[in-house]
Design a protein around this ligand. Structure first.
Ligand code: ASP
Ligand code: MG
Length: 243
């Protein structure tokens, strides 16, 4: 079974959490799964990189801004890969450009156009856990682009589609998709399943749990997306076709 598992910024925020993520990935691989992880930048690193940009200029070049903020995901991917190796399991980190994640040239909110899976497949065939840097890609002229805030979710779904993964899991800091933000409303109700259209509606209403483009991609390629907590076994929410 091939699984794509995405971990957001809070799930890789410090060394202890990275070790837990690595241990979970190794457990899945030892159970016989081929595992592709997609990671976001640690904690609020992307915000801090944006602050650094503003400390240099009030009118940042969109190209250089993307070159700067895409760095956070590259750091996470390498750290997670090293934590996996520390557990004695082979791993490799890959950037968006190393997996040929091609986008249009819209800096800051680029759309995924194509993805090569040969490199990932090659590493999986060597028995490695592949850790991909989310959120980043490259345009047709070779410039680094980013997919918009929260865009690592879209990297994960695009990978699941291209690799024909058996499972696509978004591991996050809440235990699924709720009718309201469970971090603000303790009485929020969790969906067991939710259709693409209803999920898109929640995204448009401001729900942060999934990137809107990730849901569009999932619908286009008919990928069922499992949203669950990174560190608990609580059943999450299945986003997909309800029929
Ligand atoms: N690190 C990026 C952000 O903060 C992308 C992501 O987290 O998915 O928006
Ligand atoms: Mg997110």
């Amino acid at each position: 079974m091939l699984t794509v598992q995405k971990y957001g910024g809070t799930s890789v925020a410090d060394a202890e959490k990275i070790r837990k993520v690595a241990a979970g990935l190794v457990r899945a691989a030892q159970n016989g799964d081929q595992v592709v992880a997609v990671v976001s930048a640690q904690g609020d690193l992307t915000d801090r990189l944006l602050e650094k940009i503003r400390s240099v200029t009030d009118a940042p070049s969109p190209r250089e801004s993307d070159a700067c903020i895409s760095a956070g995901e590259q750091i996470s991917a390498a750290l997670v890969a090293m934590a996996i190796e520390e557990l004695g399991y082979p791993a490799v980190s890959l950037t968006g450009w190393q997996i040929g994640l091609m986008t249009d040239g819209t800096y800051g909110k680029a759309r995924i156009r194509a993805l090569q899976n040969w490199r990932i497949q090659q590493e999986l065939n060597k028995g490695k856990i592949v850790v991909v840097a989310g959120f980043q890609g490259i345009d047709l002229s070779g410039n680094i682009t980013t997919l918009g805030r929260g865009g690592s979710d879209s990297t994960a779904v695009a990978l699941a589609a291209m690799l024909k993964a058996d499972r696509c899991v978004i591991c996050t800091d809440v235990a699924g998709v709720y009718d309201r933000d469970p971090r603000k409303f303790p009485d929020a109700v969790k969906y067991e399943r939710i259709g693409y259209e209803d999920m898109l509606k929640l995204c448009r209403e401001g729900a942060q749990v999934l990137h809107d483009r990730c849901v569009e991609l999932a619908q286009e390629y008919q990928i069922a997306v499992e949203v669950r907590s990174a560190f608990s076994d609580e059943a999450g929410t299945m986003v997909g076709n309800l029929e």
